[in-house]
Design a protein around this ligand. Sequence first.
Ligand code: NAD
Length: 369
Amino acid sequence: MANRRDFLQILSLGAGLTALSRATSARAGVLSSLPKSDRQLRVALMGLGSYATRVAEAMESCQRAKLVGIVTGTPAKAEAWKKKYNIPDKNIYNYQTVSQLKNNPDIDAVYIITPNSLHHQHVMQVAAAGKHVICEKPLADTAKQAQEMITACEKAGMKLYVGYRLHFEPHTREVIRMREAGELGTILFVDNTCGFKIGDPTQWRLKKALAGGGALMDVGIYAINGARYGTGEEPLWVTAQEIKTDPVKFAEVDETITFQMGFPGGAIATCSTTYNFNNLGRLYVVGEKGFAELDPAFGYGPIKGRTHKGPLNQPVITHQTAQMDGLAECILDNKPDPNMTGHEALRDMKVIDAIYESIRKGGQKIMIG
Ligand code: NAD
């Protein structure tokens, strides 16, 4: 498999085949002249790589969000995106001019889709420029950084959301609904896996300075987030083990990690993540009255699943379209936040910190603060 995009696509097909607000006064003026339901969130994308390309395409079908700007360090990309998405020159920025966003009343929010370890500095810059922030996962390299980003956005009066697109995905929503309605009973066990075989050994995902970590930071986070929405609880403790079969390719970041978590209601979770093999993308939640399984659970879809009541047949949607329309409603209409806020991401980062600490300490049980 060539790359991570292929992984997410194959995960998606796998089961089928085989397997914001302190607006500037100027902006508020523009928005308030439109009927409430017609307002659109005007978004600039930062980092025009593989995932940003997918988000931009998905946003073409949005009702409430619109791509109006870009931040890129590559002039050729600026030219191509400008033509493709009809982006005016005044809404095109590079990484040195981000602070000038504060003088642009035609951009409401910036969606940061850069390598993981740049998220901290980019969120701080966008918050300081007085724009709402949507940032890709993982929010940061550490929980400490994540807290700093939350504080900066709160101080600036800006919303901070993280691209946990599955919180708008209908099969995932149905599992959460069943669990909340008590249809699964008390949750006893979670078994989540998420991983893929990574290709190009020179890519940023294998460099600690840009990736923060390896498979755990990149896709293991889906297993953690899934264990939290599968139980509806925050883990109390974690134990973890790393297995490295290729110490050259994975010299800087983790390759395969298994970890276990304990929850206050008594549930235990066992999870695995890897950069070393494919076909790993399942959420499995067992309660005393039944179970829910999504497989594939974490790719771009179609998500597939079943419960003790039978197959799940929720609509198949484009996750990024639903996410951007949904977040636009949160920012523009003050709809209740989905579980995608900076605070939610901070909880995942605390678990990630604890997993790495457990590995450093030979698998010791780490209490999560
Ligand atoms: P990518 O390599 O395809 O794109 C990264 C972009 O960042 C590129 O346009 C690159 O030019 C730019 N960039 C800016 N400064 C850079 C620097 N110093 N070094 C390298 N690149 C730099 O990566 P991607 O797959 O689009 O991932 C970007 C982010 O999106 C990551 O945080 C990743 O975790 C996240 N992501 C999320 C999902 C999801 O489903 N939510 C899917 C894929 C990626």
